[in-house]
Design a binder for this molecule. Structure first.
Ligand SMILES: Nc1ncnc2c1ncn2[C@@H]1O[C@H](COP(=O)(O)OP(=O)(O)O)[C@@H](O)[C@H]1O
Ligand SMILES: [Mg+2]
Length: 226
């Protein structure tokens, strides 16, 4: 039987502004199995980033249950969530989220420091793997957008996460560079067996994934009703 990595049961998220409730996620149910590459699509404002932040243990649902490898995550407190993020999850963001004062190598190594075991050799291997062998000492502002995203991908892998979350990873890149980054992300599945959930606006990108989850107005929907 396939192993469930991510499991959501009736996950809801509301924001309260001056005691008025804004319901953003209205009962989300799905599982993602080990080794799947899944894309998450939907109109702007449909709740994709909100959902990704919950799955990334950066935020908590208002109600419902969220499990990582059958471990209930949605009731954990913030220190425990930080531990889950370090141990299980690699993040790739649209705007790269690198630390501007650190070299590429230090950016990649940093999460291993927080995990209690600084691993520079592995950081170097990962930078080599993403095609940045000559760029260990460059800071983010000395790198192109595509190179910055490669650094972020190496960083996402440093603690050997159980799954990778990517929120519009090509959103700030030109189409050719975006394609190269998607090839690299695909190789994480194909060569390294990683489980990946990727938010994208691009139909062409979603086509190369194993499955597409569509979100509309805070609910999972089928493609036709988008
Ligand atoms: N911290 C917040 N406080 C209040 N509303 C928020 C907050 N974060 C997001 N929202 C609202 O939630 C909705 C979904 O946002 P988001 O998840 O970023 O959508 P998407 O990523 O699909 O574009 C939007 O209407 C947004 O304004
Ligand atoms: Mg978003």
């Amino acid at each position: 039987m396939a192993t469930k990595i991510i499991s959501l049961e009736d996950v809801k998220k509301s924001y309260f502004i001056k005691s008025e409730e804004f319901s953003i996620l209205k009962g989300i149910n799905f599982d993602i199995e080990k080794g799947e590459f899944v894309s998450l699509m939907g109109p702007s404002g449909s709740g994709k980033s909100t959902l990704l932040n919950i799955i990334g243990a950066l935020d908590k649902p208002t109600s419902g249950k969220y499990f990582i490898q059958e471990k209930l995550v949605s009731t954990l407190v913030s220190d425990q969530l930080a531990d889950i993020r370090n141990r299980y999850i690699g993040f790739i963001f649209q705007n790269f989220n690198l630390i501007p004062t650190l070299s590429a190598l230090d950016n990649v190594a940093l999460p291993s420091f927080y995990a209690g075991k600084l691993v520079y050799e592995r950081a170097k291997e990962l930078l080599n793997m993403v095609g940045l062998s000559g760029r260990f000492n460059n800071r983010p502002n000395e790198l192109s957008g595509g190179q910055r995203q490669r650094v972020a991908i190496a960083r996402a892998l440093i603690n050997d996460p159980e799954f990778i979350l990517a929120d519009e990873p090509t959103g700030n890149l030109d189409s050719k560079t975006g394609r190269e980054i998607i090839d690299l992300i695909s190789s994480l599945k194909n060569k390294h067996g990683k489980t990946i959930l990727m938010v994208t606006h691009d139909q062409n990108l979603s086509k190369i994934t194993d499955r597409v989850i569509y979100l509309k107005d805070g609910r999972i929907t089928n493609k036709k009703s988008l």
